[in-house]
Design a protein around this ligand. Sequence first.
Ligand code: NAD
Length: 249
Amino acid sequence: MRLRDRTALITAAGQGIGRATALRFAAEGAHVIATDIDADKLSDLSSSDGIDIRSLDVLDSKAVDALASELPPVNVLFNCAGFVASGSLLDGSDSDWELSLALNVTAMMRMTRALLPGMIEHGGGSIINMASVASSLKGVPNRCAYGTTKAAVIGLTKSIAADYIGHGIRCNAICPGTVDSPSLRQRIRDQAHRQGRTEAAVHAEFLARQPLGRLGTAEEIAALATYLAADESAYTTGTAQVIDGGWLI
Ligand code: NAD
């Protein structure tokens, strides 16, 4: 029970990495507030011990502030919400660029800004920000807006870590490679459709960039998030934790 007596808020907990982390945190004894824009995706989580569900669009700053003001003190914040826009600089759209900045960066900053004072007041906490290997760590084709915003997440993470280390706040980023999740499956379907190829062919391309020969699992990322949330990582802050099946080798 590595997270006994901790309250953890997770954004985008309806599916994929956020959901796996909500289940793992709860199994480790945390009280989890699992949030997502899509309440339907959260509904079956409420039957799990230790998980409360709340509908939350992280782009809605008023809703973010309102939720923060009514919560018990939060010890762990996992900012998991993010959006993958495809496209290079010349073929990405302005709307994808704007949504990527708003969701992947600005919403993360606002969520953290809303919860940080309470964390400081209650003696500290651990903030975990979802970045990606596609960021300042690695240039990935056709991920211009995505890579730009995930690089910004690493900058935001280091800034928070530097400014609040004296208040007991730790802040780390997780940088996964390719992780099997519902949105990845959807991207594979969309790309296959757009390019007139089979889903198997597109899937094989995603696999080929992972030297370990397989995609990561949401549970593997949840295990790293659990480590970063727990006291065993007490000496770790301001880091970008790579978990990428060897993509960066
Ligand atoms: P996903 O993309 O399958 O699910 C995303 C969840 O976010 C959904 O439940 C959706 O309802 C929710 N969501 C969307 N907009 C929201 C909003 N405005 N407010 C609140 N919730 C919202 O999950 P995933 O693939 O596990 O990705 C989760 C995070 O991990 C993202 O930040 C993503 O960039 C990052 N990541 C994923 C991979 C991967 O290969 N899957 C790799 C690196 C990083």
